[in-house]
Each structure stands twice: as structure tokens, then as C-alpha cells.
Design a protein around this ligand. Sequence first.
Ligand SMILES: *Cc1c(COP(=O)(O)O)cnc(C)c1O
Length: 432
Amino acid sequence: MRYFSTNDKLKGYSFETVVMSGLANDGGLFVPEYIPQFTNDEQSNINSESFNEIAFDISKKFIGNAINNNDLLSIIKNAFNFEPKFVELEKDLIILELFHGPTLAFKDYGARFMANVMSHFAKNKKNKLTILVATSGDTGSAVANAFYMKEGIDVYILYPSGMVSNFQEKQLTTFDGNITSIEIDGTFDDCQKIVKSSFIDIVLNKKINLTSANSINIARLIPQSFYYLKTYKKYSDENITFIVPSGNLGNLTAGLYADKMGMKNVSFISALNSNRMFFEYLLNGSKTSRDTIRTISNAMDVGNPSNLDRIIDLFDNNLYEMKAKICSYYFDDSDTVESLKECFQKYNYLLDPHGAIGYSAMKTDKKLSTKNSKYIILETAHPSKFVDVVEPLINKKIEIPKRLSSCLNKQKKSVKLSNSFTDFKDYLLANS
Ligand SMILES: *Cc1c(COP(=O)(O)O)cnc(C)c1O
């Protein structure tokens, strides 16, 4: 399997190159040259397969011979020591819980697969790999956790001092070894600027083998298709509508890849908060980027989602076909709050603010749509990650899972730096 940039369909790249570089030199996103199909055989024994068996079959099709079978098996085993779970609120309303990984968000699927693949490629190289990540909170902890103790890889996580929650900070700063947390005296944008400046700095790049681990890496997308296929296998005798709480549209793109591999009678709803660029794109094909609006579903606060280019590419720029497959709704914080409360009262099931947007989308679609379909809401994070928002709404203390609470007692370790790139550069040159 070869990969291409969304900006250039002539030059092909290997899987290793696209994983290790993240973004194409021409600024485009890497996409596979075709979407692999599952065979009739695979379709029929699909129900009996475990999550990791599905993961192996699908990733093999995307990776080909770039990683041998034994190594791929151990990558998958290391990455997925947890599984998605299904909760049936009603016969036709299912919650797909994606938060059973170590940092309680679906980002564990992508980050852990990517980390294990990168470490496989980095292992026998002369130079160690240095990964820089800017985070406003959640991505950083999934990435730190995924790369912890990976041989041949150092990770620097930059976060804005005083601007992440106590929980998030503890999840970011209680590692040691190959993970270093850098506390920047500035904003998230400052952190991003420092990371971007680092990638184009000649001196740094000469001395250090730098790469990024952000959400546009194809190795984060591929594993997110596995749980769609697992769900399809379980419920494929009915029409299925996946409801995807969306921000940068990575999760939705992975679902669309899974669909193209051979799913039948499946459609998608992209559930958005007030950051509604994708809704507008579906409406009239306009890609007007907007300032990011802050909401209580903050992992979806994305003004200009980068995976839109991958979706446009997948549909060959055919808006009509895209609209036949995907619809979108958007909701503000008061809708989110109402849905979170309603689901708790009606089903005694506590959603997080992101999943609550999915619930709002289900209610709206039920009113507007005539088709008979099973709704699958992707629950992307555990509600305890947003304890400050959720507890006052339901007037009740919620239980914090041990894997989240255990880091609260650990010692915070961080390096404090100013928001100037030069300070970071000096630090990196002196310490790596
Ligand atoms: C990142 C994230 C999302 C948005 O996913 P995208 O792939 O960026 O669309 C939704 N919910 C949670 C909890 C997230 O962390």
C-alpha cells in the first residue's frame, strides 16, 4: 500500500515515511492510495472475531509488508489492552463506550497504536527520535501515556501554565523517564507556535531527529476504524447510524474509511458543538474557517478541522455523495446540558459533555428523519474527566475510576519556560 498527499496524487510514499513524518512536505495530509476491502470470507466470520483479530486483519491491509506479522501482532497486543463496550439504552439506541483505555478518552486508540508503530520503526535506528507535542489538555496525556517507556523515543509535551485542569495537569506531569512536561508561561497558541518554529529551525533539525505526534498522523486514524467494524459486525443485520461527536473530524474520517471497506446500510451523523464549519460545508460546500468558540465540550472546539480535506478526498470532491452518507447537526452548551441531564434521568446513564452532543443529535435526527435505524452514539470520554461540569448538573458525586484518581497522589514534575522559542530551543539543545 502506498500513500499520497491530498495535494499531490503523483508522488507515492511508504507507510514508514508517512508515519514518521506526520504531515506531507507540501502541507497536505497523507491518504492511502485506495481503501482496502474485506473479502466475503472475512465478512462471514466477522462476528466471531475478537477486537484484536479485527485490528490485525484491517491494519495488515493498510500496512502491507511494511511490518511483519509477528511484530504487528505484538504492536496490537501492546496498544489495545482494553476494548470498546456496548451499552444498550434501548433496542435501537446503543452507547459505544470508547473510554476504557488508560487516559479515559477514545484518543487512546489512536495514540497507542501510533506510539507502538513509531517505536517499531525507531527501534533499530542510530538516532533517537524526539517528539514534540503542544496540548491544551487531553491529547497530551494520551500521547504521554502511549509513548511512556518506548525505546529510542523522547517526548516533550508543551502545555500552557495554569490553563489546564488539575486532573489534566496531573495526567501530563507525573511521568518520568522519556517523557518531559514543559510548562509554558503563555497560551496554547504560544505552545503551538514554539512547536511549529522548532520543526523549521535549521540548527535544531540538524542536531535532533524531530517529529510530531498530532492527530493528523495516519497511524492515529487507521486504528479508529477498528471499533466501527467491531460494531458493524455485532449489528449488521440492521440499518446503523453512527453518531460521532466531532472536532477535528478524525474519528468521523476513520468511520468513513471503515464504511468504504465494505459496510452496508450504514450512515453517519457528525454531531458538532458551536464550532460548526463542517455543518456549513455540507450545507453549501463553503470552507470558511472561523475563530474557535469555547464550549464545555472543549475537545471539539475546532474552528477549522484539518481532516475535512481527507473527507473531501475520499468522496472525490462530490458533495452530493457526501451528503447522502453524512448529515450534521450542531448544538450549543445549553442543549448539551439538557441532553446530559435528560439521558441521566431517563436511562440512569451519565454521558460526558461530548457524548451529550451525540445524544442531542440523536433526538434531532429522530424528529427529522423517516428511516428506521439503530443509533450508535460514540461516547468519546468518561464523564469523570469533566467532573467540574458534570457533578453540578446531576447534583451528585460521581465515582472517579482508579486509573484517573491514582495520578492525583503523584508528584508533579515539569520544566517551566517562558513563551519564547529561543528559550525552548536552548533548553532542547542542552538537554537532548
Ligand atoms: C478529540 C475528541 C473529540 C473529537 O474527535 P475528532 O476526531 O477530533 O473529531 C471528541 N470527544 C473527545 C472526548 C475528544 O477528546
